[in-house]
Design a protein around this ligand. Structure first.
Ligand SMILES: C[S@@+](CC[C@H](N)C(=O)[O-])C[C@H]1O[C@@H](n2cnc3c(N)ncnc32)[C@H](O)[C@@H]1O
Length: 368
């Protein structure tokens, strides 16, 4: 049972009075359709982080890399890490120091596609009537080798654009259900926009790449991307570690990111895709689905304790929702048991005090 005690220390133990500079560059971070993205929280995160002294930060569950991008904007060395390859590719594209100018090359890369005379490829045959229309699957089959053949970093940017286009063309922006038929039904929708679903891949990719390219800038600091389990990362180089793990609700509902985004993982790593598919499910997810301890209500608390111990000695900044498992009060207690001072920020209200009246809000817990 999550405890209901009010956290004792909610006043910010300011380490420094520094504030982020005006004209915040992080507002250029592209709009995304990723579950749990912290893009909207970047202003409060920036204000919070500016009060902490550190040079090298790890964004251990980086997702879209929005927070890693913020670290870059704040002039820090940063490592962005995520267990999903598609997220690591996106992070590499967005944290690059040079603009690869891919958006202008997309029409040439897509020329002649889809070729109706070619044989049906892997996506067209495997994912028939699951996520996209047949012509769209054919387009993906034929474009993918062209994108993977590009030299890096253009390849990362082009694939990033493709992933964003794929998300935009999906009901709910997810791949957890075989529901292409929803796109054809003539009903009122609360889960997406038919006009966007029917927009060609090329247009959506161009939009996504243009937005991402305009966010790229150069610093003299290091921006590195890794793709591994967060607990396999060597903690030595970091002064500060940001943890934004999958959220498990108090009712035990969890997001299994591999299940929700498996199709992008296939596009990111097409070699051996067929062998990795769990064919018993209609939506053809990948092996590993349902096995992440971070998405398991019975394991997430222990997992978070392991992470806190793994990153001992570093400033910890943890994002979590107030109504999750473990509760914010449990996480605070974990940190205090290890001798840390704890500072809690309710990002919904931009205050430094927690309320128990609201059902669900994003909290930052800083363990010093
Ligand atoms: C809440 S999201 C992070 C959102 C991110 N902060 C953003 O702004 O987009 C959690 C992320 O953890 C990743 N993840 C899940 N299990 C992981 C693990 N064991 N190690 C590293 N990353 C993991 C998921 O792929 C997902 O992208």
């Amino acid at each position: 049972m999550p405890s209901r005690r009010r956290p004792a220390s909610i006043a910010p133990p300011y380490v420094s009075e520094k504030r982020p500079s005006e004209g915040s560059y992080w507002s250029r971070f592209p709009q995304t359709r990723y579950l749990g993205s912290k893009r909207k929280l970047l202003p409060i995160l920036a204000e919070t982080l500016a009060r902490l002294e550190f040079d090298t930060a790890l964004d251990a569950f980086c997702g879209t890399a929005s927070v890693a991008y913020l670290f870059k904007c704040l002039g820090k060395n940063v490592v962005a890490n995520d267990a999903l390859v598609s997220n690591a590719i996106g992070a590499r594209a967005l944290l690059a120091h040079e603009r690869p100018a891919v958006s202008g090359r997309l029409p040439e890369l897509c020329r002649g596609l889809p070729d109706p005379t070619a044989e049906a490829g892997f996506i067209e045959t495997t994912f028939h009537d699951i996520f996209y229309e047949a012509q769209e699957n054919r387009f993906l089959d034929q474009l993918l080798p062209r994108l993977h053949a590009l030299p890096a970093p253009g390849r990362d940017m082009a694939l990033y654009g493709l992933f964003q286009a794929c998300l935009a063309k999906r009901p709910y922006n997810l791949f957890h259900r075989a529901n292409v038929k929803m796109r054809r039904a003539d009903v009122r929708r609360s889960f997406g926009n038919k006009k966007t679903w029917d927009t060609p891949f090329l247009d959506l990719m161009t939009r996504a790449c243009e937005e991402a390219e305009s966010a790229i800038f150069k610093t003299d600091k290091q921006c590195i991307v890794t793709c591994k389990d967060a607990l396999d990362i060597d903690p030595t180089p970091f002064d500060l570690v940001y943890l934004d793990p999958p959220y498990v609700s108090s009712k035990g509902a969890a997001v299994d990111y591999l299940d929700y985004y498996h199709f992008l993982e296939g596009l990111a790593r097409p070699e051996g895709w067929a062998e990795r598919i769990l064919t018993r499910y209609k939506h053809k997810p990948l092996r590993g689905r349902g096995q992440n301890p971070w998405s398991d209500p019975s394991q997430i608390t222990a997992q978070l304790e392991l992470a806190i111990d793994h990153f001992a000695g570093r400033i910890l900044v943890i994002s979590y929702r107030s109504d999750g498992i473990p509760s914010i009060f449990d996480i605070e207690a974990m940190l205090k048991r290890r001798g840390r001072r704890v500072w809690a920020v309710d990002t919904g209200r931009y205050t430094y005090a927690l309320s128990r009246n609201r059902s669900s809000c994003e909290i930052l817990l800083i363990g010093l």
